[in-house]
Design a protein around this ligand. Structure first.
Ligand SMILES: Cc1ncc(C[n+]2csc(CCOP(=O)(O)OP(=O)(O)O)c2C)c(N)n1
Ligand SMILES: [Mg+2]
Length: 368
């Protein structure tokens, strides 16, 4: 009887996969609509938290900076000034900005290759980040890391990692150091839905839970790993956060397009983690508006799906909310936009004017 039941379960799984493969794009779009309704249950879009008008404008400034910075990156890539891989974070800005706003400056951050947003939200110098993308000596990694390997140890920004999931054990190590040194710091690790099917994700979750490490697992579920939709690659459904329960890790799912919901969830998790209650897990539902990298025209996505998510664009909804609720005026928002435009133009000029790394740099900071 047990065997019969197992056969039934297995064939249900296969059936589900086959039917997923034959679904039209718009059917998948509908599934995503359902998913976002699930996510909404846990969203707290209140603006009643401890925030001043300046705080709100700063959240907007950072998101707008990331957006405009990355649009400039796309342009510079087209001109051949930025080469190699370039993965843009456009659409996902609310996650980096909302979550990093809820951390202390000494807390450690490790992230994936889609790292410009996290770097700028952490306060890395805009000029030096652009110079790194240009491969110039003034860059944050002396021009030797490029887009995927931004780094600033002084700010606790521990990369920018190109190997999917590679940052997970590294962040556990940082959290272990914080625990050992009793320095009150915590670590946050950002990763995509594509990383959760890897062994290293499970190994890190397990060890972090066993050692009660001060670590926040922050999953940016943008529904795709390169061109593969989550429902085609992951057994167990499109919600990933339930996975944390099997390691006894508390988890929440939030709307990653809502900067305030992200900030609130991260602040709650950080408070618990800092008090010594072990790791926490946050899944934020989000969407990248462009392809996986500059080389990807993203033809695998339904236009209606893209439109649906673009309507949730935090760069539209957040400033509108600020004006509608009379938290800020349109001219204050415009002032932020002007300052950002100037900062981005300055960054591009700084990068273009910066020297190439010296040939002798080939042999410095190289460990393998
Ligand atoms: C270990 C490893 N396997 C495969 C790749 C190639 N690769 C680069 S990005 C990527 C998809 C990752 O998707 P996800 O984690 O969802 O992040 P997203 O790009 O959506 O932000 C893959 C498979 C890699 N860099 N590292
Ligand atoms: Mg993804």
């Amino acid at each position: 009887m047990y065997a019969a039941r197992m056969t039934a379960i297995v064939s249900t799984g296969r059936g589900a996969r086959n039917s997923a493969a034959s679904e039209t794009n718009s059917q998948q779009g509908l599934k995503r609509q359902l998913m976002k309704q699930t996510a909404r249950k846990n969203v707290k879009p209140s603006v009643n938290g401890p925030a001043s008008k300046e705080d709100f404008l700063e959240l907007f400034r950072q998101m707008h900076l990331i957006r405009k910075f990355e649009e400039a990156c796309g342009e510079q890539y087209g001109k051949g000034n930025i080469r190699g891989f370039l993965h843009l974070y456009i659409g996902e800005e609310a996650i980096a900005v909302g979550s990093i706003a809820a951390l202390n400056p000494g807390d450690y951050i490790a992230t994936h290759y889609r790292d410009h947003g996290h770097a700028l939200a952490r306060g890395l110098d805009t000029n030096r980040v652009m110079a790194e993308l240009f491969g110039r000596a003034t860059g944050t990694s002396k021009g030797k890391g490029g887009s995927m390997h931004l780094f600033d140890a002084a700010r606790g920004f521990m990369g920018g990692h190109a190997i999917v999931g590679g940052q997970l054990p590294l962040a556990a190590g940082l959290a272990l150091a914080c625990q050992y040194l009793e320095n009150g710091r915590i670590a946050v690790v950002y990763f995509g839905d594509g990383a959760v099917n890897q062994g290293v994700f499970h190994e890190t979750m397990n060890l972090a839970a066993v050692w009660e490490l001060p670590l926040i697992f922050f999953l940016e579920n943008n529904l795709y790993g390169m061109g593969s939709a989550v429902e085609r690659t992951r057994a167990g459904g499109m919600d990933i956060y339930p996975i944390a329960a099997s390691y006894g890790i508390e988890a929440v799912v939030i709307d990653g397009m809502d900067v305030l919901a992200v900030r609130e969830a991260t602040a709650e998790a950080a408070k618990k983690v800092r008090s010594g209650s072990g790791p926490k897990f946050i899944e934020a539902k989000t969407y990248r508006f462009g392809g996986h990298s500059m080389a990807d025209p993203a033809k695998y996505r339904d236009h209606a799906e893209l439109e649906y998510w673009m309507a949730k664009d935090p760069l539209l909804t957040f400033p509108k909310m600020l004006v509608d609720r009379e938290i800020a005026t349109s001219s204050e928002i415009e002032n932020v936009r002007e300052a950002v435009a100037e900062a981005v133009a300055t960054a591009v000029k700084f990068a273009s004017d910066s020297p190439q790394p010296a040939t002798s740099e080939l042999f410095t900071d190289v460990y393998a």
